[in-house]
Design a protein around this ligand. Structure first.
Ligand code: 1OR
Ligand code: 1OR
Length: 397
């Protein structure tokens, strides 16, 4: 979605413009969707009730999605009964809805094959395009065929300083991925005499998805403030492939994510964001998934099958220390401690896992951090039992 991560909307610091706080975009999109779905007659009354309820339901316990999640203090944690199941998150507007995508768009109703569009590109252009889409979440749900269809359909748009790429209020035609250039975002409210700058994209990110997703007029104006290059995708390809697969992917991971006890602490909406970020990987019997001593690049949830965890200590003897099956996870330790991988992990039979990269882990799993840390303490006790020495897990090479 637009404005995600480094270089997304709101990159400006003090003196350069406005800084858009994390979570604002998601909050506003959710609100907009709620308005469209529930069609309130009095918008102001609805808005005040909406945000008040949201605040009551999740404000104290739950930071907004995308926001940094403060850890509970230790005292509070000590008071908790460890054996008690984690409480279900309170029902709210987010959890009552299946997902933003599911309501705005049902892929099962849309079975048209559509027309395949091909814009010829040089190898060099294709290379630049592949680089540009790498960090865009919406592309992660594509399989190889879909990816090549989408890349075929995209075309380059070179812009000059001052050029308007999108004008607020227009009909949506294309979705854009930024290859280079700086772009200001302006929004004009009904009572604003002039458009207000609300953020900027700095050489990364994507925009123009809202009008295409929700069949709305363009919600903002985007103006290039340097020369630059964009990759555009027509509305039909966007909806037919990108939106459809993102929606399917959310459905596909819904079951897995609901079966992982640790993730019960997340709001449904947060689990859907997690689904967008996951990538399925399949391993054959005996394949190594993690190598002890490597740098941690992400964590894994077991979708199907079993993995074997082994550890090699100073005597160079490799010992099996545990197994993880469906509903379990591994590879979180290196990300939490910021140390090398503490153990190796191998597939037992054909095994399917969902991989979450470290950047998405930090952004999306804040609410699970306390639980993960508690489980890591259990590793240390097991270490004592299995190897007879209680090394601090974070000292493991
Ligand atoms: P679009 O198709 O509506 C304009 O065309 C695009 O600007 C929009 O999709 C988003 O991709 C992008 N509000 C609305 N659209 C925004 C915003 C935004 N930021 C980027 N776009 N903001 C809310 C301002 C009240 C800024 C939030 C960070
Ligand atoms: P990682 O990122 O260090 C290896 O990569 C993963 O193996 C690790 O994250 C854990 O997710 C997983 N001690 C350390 N790591 C373990 C253990 C473990 N079990 C699974 N992993 N112990 C077993 C506890 C039942 C204690 C050591 C004997």
């Amino acid at each position: 979605m637009a404005g995600r991560g480094a270089g997304g909307a709101g990159g400006g610091g003090a003196g350069q413009g406005y800084e858009v706080p994390p979570g604002l975009q998601e909050l506003l999109i959710e609100f907009t969707v709620a308005v469209l779905v529930e069609r309130p007659s009095d918008l102001l009354a609805y808005a005040s009730e909406y945000f008040l309820r949201l605040h009551q339901e999740r404000g104290k316990a739950r930071p907004l999605p995308g926001a940094l999640h403060p850890h509970q203090d230790d005292e509070e944690e000590d008071d908790e009964d460890d054996d008690e199941p984690m409480p279900e998150p309170p029902l709210n507007r987010f959890s009552r809805r299946k997902s933003v995508f599911a309501e705005a768009y049902d892929p099962e109703e849309d079975d048209d094959e559509g027309e395949r569009i091909i814009h010829a590109k040089s190898d060099e252009q294709r290379q630049r395009l592949s680089e540009s889409v790498k960090t865009i979440f919406l592309f992660r749900s594509l399989d190889q065929d879909q990816m090549s269809e989408v890349l075929d359909a995209m075309f380059e748009r070179v812009v000059t300083d001052g050029e308007y790429v999108i004008k607020q209020g227009d009909d949506g035609d294309n979705f854009y991925v930024i290859e280079s250039g700086v772009y200001n975002i302006f929004v004009k409210g009904d009572h604003d005499p002039e458009p207000i700058p609300v953020g900027k994209y700095d050489n990364a990110g994507s925009f123009g998805e809202l009008a295409l997703m929700y069949n709305l007029p363009r919600a903002a104006t985007i103006q290039a403030v340097s020369s630059g290059s964009l990759w555009a995708m027509d509305r039909n390809t966007f909806r037919r492939i990108l939106l459809k697969s993102a929606c399917r992917k959310r459905k596909m991971y819904e079951c897995l994510l609901e079966s992982v006890p640790m993730l019960k602490t997340l709001e449904k909406y947060e689990r859907m964001n997690l689904a967008d970020a996951l990538v399925t990987k399949v391993y054959d019997d005996g394949d190594r998934i993690i190598m002890q001593g490597d740098v941690g690049d992400g964590m894994f949830f077991v979708e199907d099958g079993t993995v074997r965890v082994t550890m090699t200590k100073d005597d160079n003897q490799e010992k099996e220390i545990s197994r993880v099956t469906v509903g379990g996870y591994f590879g979180e330790l290196a990300l939490v401690t910021k140390k090398a991988r503490a153990a190796s992990v191998f597939a037992v039979g054909k095994t399917k896992v969902a991989f979450l990269d470290v950047e998405a882990f930090e952004r999306l799993l804040g609410p699970c951090m306390d639980l993960m840390k508690r489980n890591i303490e259990d590793y240390e006790n097991e270490l004592l039992r299995i190897f007879g020495s209680k090394a601090n897990i974070s000292d493991i090479r």
